[in-house]
Ligand binder design. Structure first.
Ligand SMILES: Nc1nc2c(c(=O)[nH]1)N[C@H]1C(S)=C(S)[C@@H](COP(=O)(O)O)O[C@H]1N2
Ligand SMILES: [Mo]
Length: 343
């Protein structure tokens, strides 16, 4: 499974560094944590030792897992799959095989490398799972995952995913338009942004013991972006509920933006009048901004975005503006030319 990512692979065209290759990253240039704080953290890490931290993490998670059914909350909605495909969202690329997709993931809650699937499946407990919708809405609520899914119109869409690290996949997602959720909760006129938050529980995500990351993972979009047809809340893939590695039981898909915007395992969706500061933006705002629209002409500070490795193939293809979704989304950015739209 790893052969095609081997650095010995002569067809590997790009140096596609992973997000964590940044030895100095936890002191970002502009908003450094006060020195005393991170020195203490380092002291703590040293004192406990990495092994002790890992053992504590997996011990706790193992117990949690024993109490859980195989499929978590998703099991309660399994009868909804497969959902009917919406033919408006087809693409010319071949689908990435499920076994490839489910063994090459970014999910920093389970480690800063790609082989997190087993740990996520073992430790992510999704039953019970509820989602809180709050902030500037007329109908705030906290709702059980299965109740929300049953109230929403599920459909299948074929979407691309273009990671900022210059690889891509094509995925048959199942879910519902974010717009349908907006209609349910009725954002108030003052709401300008939507903020998304992943769970925070180091007992079921050992990566969250890495306390120098700004947990929980947070993302955000404008209300106009949230209302776009393409903004999709994902509950399934390949015709069944999503597994832990994809961000069970519910995650976002924003196919015209770099993959890090597509936040996993959502517990909270908030409507605000303030632009949310995302997880990666907190870590390094120079490299990972709020907009993060795909653009082959705007290089990442450390590598080109001109081309992408199509996972599972040996192909390297040109990246497209807005990841090929310009017809649907370019209009969202009229008048915003002075914003850093492409990082
Ligand atoms: N909570 C959370 N969401 C996340 C991430 C993460 O580390 N934690 N990684 C992001 C990145 S960088 C990418 S490319 C996609 C990967 O989704 P996939 O593993 O389903 O391909 O998830 C995004 N959502
Ligand atoms: Mo990514």
């Amino acid at each position: 499974m790893r052969a095609f990512f081997s650095s010995a692979d002569p067809s590997k065209p790009l140096s596609a560094p992973s997000l964590q290759q940044r030895p100095d990253w936890f002191i970002p240039e502009r908003q450094a944590t006060p020195e005393s704080v991170w020195l203490n953290r380092r002291g703590l890490m040293k004192g406990l030792g990495g092994a002790a931290i890992m053992a504590a993490a997996s011990g706790g998670a193992g117990r949690a897992n024993a109490a859980e059914g195989v499929g978590g909350a998703a099991e309660k909605t399994a009868d909804l799959y497969p959902a009917e495909r919406n033919e408006a969202y087809k693409i010319e690329r071949e689908l990435t095989p499920e076994e490839v997709n489910s063994s090459y993931n970014n999910f920093y809650e389970y480690g800063s490398h790609k082989q997190i699937a087993a740990a996520a499946r073992r430790n992510l407990v999704t039953d019970p799972w509820s989602i809180t919708i709050d902030g500037l809405v007329d109908n705030p609520e906290t709702i059980a995952f299965e109740d929300l899914v049953r109230a929403m119109p599920l459909e299948e869409r074929l979407y691309r995913l273009r990671c900022v690290e210059a690889w891509s996949m094509t995925i048959p997602w199942t879910g519902f338009p974010l717009r349908a959720l907006l209609a349910r909760v009725s954002p108030r006129p003052e709401a300008r942004y939507v903020r998304f938050e992943t769970f925070e529980n180091a007992k079921m995500a050992s990566g969250q013991r890495q306390i120098w990351y700004p947990w929980p993972y947070v993302e955000g979009v404008t209300l106009a972006e949230a209302q776009n047809d393409l903004s999709f809340l994902v509950t399934g893939a390949y015709g069944k509920p999503i597994g832990a590695e994809y961000g069970a039981p519910i995650r976002l898909a924003l196919p015209w933006k770099y993959g890090f915007k597509s936040i996993k395992s959502l517990v909270r969706i908030s409507f605000t009048d303030e632009r949310p500061v995302s997880f990666w933006e907190q870590i390094n705002a120079r490299e990972y901004g709020f907009w993060a629209n795909v653009n082959p002409e705007v290089a990442h500070p450390r590598w080109s975005q001109a081309r992408e490795r199509v996972l599972h193939t040996r192909e390297e293809v040109p990246t497209q503006l807005f990841n090929g979704y310009g017809a649907q989304v370019a209009g969202l950015y009229a008048g915003l030319e002075n914003e850093a739209l492409y990082r």
